[in-house]
Write a protein that binds this ligand. Structure first.
Ligand code: TYD
Length: 215
């Protein structure tokens, strides 16, 4: 494996948990500190990914669960190979909205697919690549719903799904964080945005002080 000189941070959480706001704040802070920051997301962090994103989020009608899982995995495979790995090899900080934990939480919450199989599929797609840090913005789905309503955005296909689904997604994220406490930082996203941002900066600051690693 080539040296991974950069740092890879992913943000996870339910719809409406404040990922975009926190990603904006963290990116500004890192850039001010002189880091080269690559902001990206899944699905849709590459040109191919943009096409896949359109299918998974905007296709009208059902997509078979295994097909949906494979579409996210295909997006992930191409994104990691063409965007994330090159950036990490250059020594950049990659700040990414959603990664494989979203697949486990969302595709697993449908109760049709086995979470371990979904995770293994993603790991295969990404050749085993895992972030240095995953920030989980944890929020009660009812509070998240209120935020989305206030923003008055049109709902995408997944946002329109039922409340119990979002409850299962939340629990799945918390289970993933409990299983890998060294990779995850779990934050109470009901707090004020500046409080959340300060908690994230504390942990990211420590991460950036560490020597580069391989893998
Ligand atoms: P996006 O508009 O990026 O939502 P958000 O602002 O909430 O991040 O849409 C991403 C949607 O895709 C979100 O509802 C979660 C879902 N998703 C999956 O179901 N599986 C995945 O692997 C990923 C990356 C996202």
């Amino acid at each position: 494996m080539t040296a991974r000189r950069g740092r890879w941070i992913t943000l996870e959480g339910g719809d409406g948990s404040g990922k975009t706001t926190q990603s904006d704040l963290l990116a500004a802070w890192l850039t001010d500190a002189g880091h080269a920051v690559v902001r990206t997301r899944e699905p849709g962090g590459s040109e191919v990914g943009t096409l896949i994103r359109d299918i998974v989020l905007h296709h009208r009608g059902d997509i078979a669960p295994r097909a949906e899982a494979l579409l996210y995995a295909a997006d992930r495979a191409h994104h990691v190979a063409t965007v994330v790995r090159p950036a990490l090899e250059r020594g950049d900080v990659v700040l990414q909205d959603r990664y494989l934990d979203s697949s486990v939480a969302y595709q697993g919450a449908g109760r049709v697919l086995d979470p371990t199989e979904i995770r293994d599929l993603s790991l295969w797609a990404a050749e085993g690549a895992l972030p240095d840090l995953t920030v989980l913005l944890d929020l009660d789905p009812a509070a998240a719903r209120a935020r989305i309503d206030a923003a008055d955005k049109p709902f995408d296909r997944l946002e329109a799904e039922k409340a119990d689904f979002h409850g299962r997604v939340r629990q799945a994220f918390l289970d993933l964080a409990a299983a890998e406490p060294e990779r995850f930082l779990v934050i109470d996203a009901a707090q004020a945005p500046d409080v959340v941002a300060a908690e994230i900066r504390d942990r990211v600051g420590a991460l950036l002080d560490l020597p580069p690693h391989r893998g």
